[in-house]
Design a binder for this molecule. Structure first.
Ligand code: ZN
Length: 194
């Protein structure tokens, strides 16, 4: 079956576990492994990527972000705090350095400057940086984009802080080795910023 982004992910069956070194582990969601292959070998529409990422966000509604088991302040993800309740496809996303990013976030605030919601856009390029597993995307969408750029309002100049926050987040241990390598690489790459 090829995952189109429209199917519901069975989170009970594919529960988070840290047994990712076991090749037979269910950690790598079969549909998303197919998804990686599929994306590499096919031309996919923007709505395809939008559906995949939106589906992960929808399934994460109510997810409590935590560090060392301690819930983060205002860290409960809500689909209502995602602009239009969707992650939208955008062909090119530039971060503060003009580099192409995998995701981009606009922080929406009220009259007093309080966080209302995050407008998250995605490109098709995520797979060039790391594997397409639910937990990897979840870490990027919930921790990097929604919580750090959105809730906390950390700007592009301070990506070093964001990547360090990602490493501290409890979701991080469920990401793949390639994702962890990518975060370490980005911590080094942004060390001299600001
Ligand atoms: Zn960012």
């Amino acid at each position: 079956m090829i995952y189109t982004g429209n199917q519901k992910i069975d989170w009970g069956k594919h529960s988070l576990n840290d047994d990712f070194n076991n090749a037979n582990s269910e950690y790598f969601i079969p549909d998303l492994q197919l998804y990686d292959n599929f994306v590499y070998t096919n031309k996919c529409s923007g709505s395809f990527f939008s559906n995949i990422m939106t589906s992960i966000a929808v399934e994460s509604d109510g997810f409590i972000l935590a560090e060392n088991g301690k819930p983060l302040t205002r860290g409960t993800f809500s689909i209502d705090k995602l602009y239009n309740r969707r992650i939208t496809y955008k062909e090119n996303i530039e971060d503060c350095d003009g580099n192409e990013g995998n995701f981009g976030t606009l922080r929406k605030v009220d009259d007093r400057g309080n966080f209302v919601c995050a407008q998250i856009n995605t490109t098709s390029s995520s797979l060039e940086s790391y594997d397409g597993t639910v937990e990897n995307f979840q870490c990027s969408i919930l921790v990097h984009e929604w919580y750090n750029h959105g809730v906390l309002g950390i700007t592009g100049k301070n990506h070093n802080q964001i990547y360090n926050n990602i490493k501290k987040n409890d979701l991080f241990k469920y990401t793949t080795p390639r994702y962890k390598f990518y975060i370490d690489y980005m911590i080094q790459k942004t060390a001299q910023d600001n």
